[in-house]
Design a protein around this ligand. Sequence first.
Ligand code: ADP
Ligand code: 3PG
Ligand code: MG
Length: 391
Amino acid sequence: MKRTIRELVNLKGKVVLLRVDFNVPLDEGGKILDATRIKNELPTIRYLISKGAKVVILSHLGRPDGYDVRKSLWPISIYLSRVLPCSVSFSSTVLGEETRERIKMLKDGNVLLLENVRFYKQEEECDMKFAREIASMGDIFVNDAFGTAHRKHATTYGLGRLMPNAIGFLMEKELNNLNKILEEPKRPFVVVLGGAKVETKIKILERFVEKADTILIGGAMAYTFLKALGRDVGLSKVQDDYLEVAQNILEKAKELGKKILLPIDHVCLKGRDPHPVEVTTLKGDLVGYDIGSRTIRYFARELDKAGEIFWNGPLGMYENANFRIGTRSIAEIIAESKAHKSAGGGDTIAMINLFNLGKKFDYLSTGGGATLEYLEEGSLPAIEVIQEKIY
Ligand code: ADP
Ligand code: 3PG
Ligand code: MG
């Protein structure tokens, strides 16, 4: 087991660099559309401030290419200042004078949120010079960014290598809950996979076919698989670089006797016509945005038999009410299932909360790609670098 913040002593007056995953959905005006990831982080922050630490929070938001005001963490500092019982300040940079000055001014038990670490290209390159500069500003590193722990980045993996460290309460809770599924999934184990981050998730799926009994694929993910089978997918979102990987996964599943189900009908748009249509075959200028009604019934038959269900990724573009029915129907079926059921992912949780079904799940994880990779590998790079607990 990794060392947790409970084992850290003499935190009073120490500068704790706390890496979190505040990658939450925001609207155009910076309004937080789903605060689950932030709410789940509050116990760690409250604990650290109660011990008199100076808490400097680092996070990414989205995948910006350099500075982008729409990906600023400023709205999140406003949220934090409303819910925390201490002063919360914000620095518009990560490195440089402003941040150093603000840390110097930070009183014990107060919080400073730094700007999006991904505004610096060194973050994703895991540039150790960048990491060292950040490390020099603090005394201890606490990693609570479970949702980003599969990324070997400067403020996840890099800081873990450079500083005395521990995991926070969210990371601890995630690992405890996911270990139960990892060690003894109930059978049949049905994994539902959708969403749009094909490049991250498909590679994990390649190994996941061994763990799961049945995999139901929807969302944008499905079109790469359908194209790999030689089907016409019209103008739907496809990751052409991964067609071969998709083919391998389908073949491996066949060899192992595992089931992979793909959509058999679709809700789509045709050209510029704003009215959605349901079709069994995509072709020409049709773009698939949701699974159709036959697919819902097809997937439901597998979900009814499941002992364990894990879900990551909306099955359609759920943000638009025209393309929400497939995801909503599957969410309701899973919610009513007798299986042990969990789900994970920033958008997945936002979607489940939108349908008010959160309480029906046994566990909701803040990680999407991270959760899938953890369930597959049993470890993640940014967790591996954290010190073991000493008993
Ligand atoms: P999570 O955050 O839960 O891990 P992802 O980030 O991988 O999930 O994917 C969520 C996104 O996938 C949503 O914004 C949704 O609109 C998008 N999506 C789902 N289905 C489709 C589709 N058919 N075409 C385009 N985007 C889709
Ligand atoms: C997520 O939302 O899955 C995490 O915050 C990681 O984001 P990333 O896929 O852009 O690294
Ligand atoms: Mg997402």
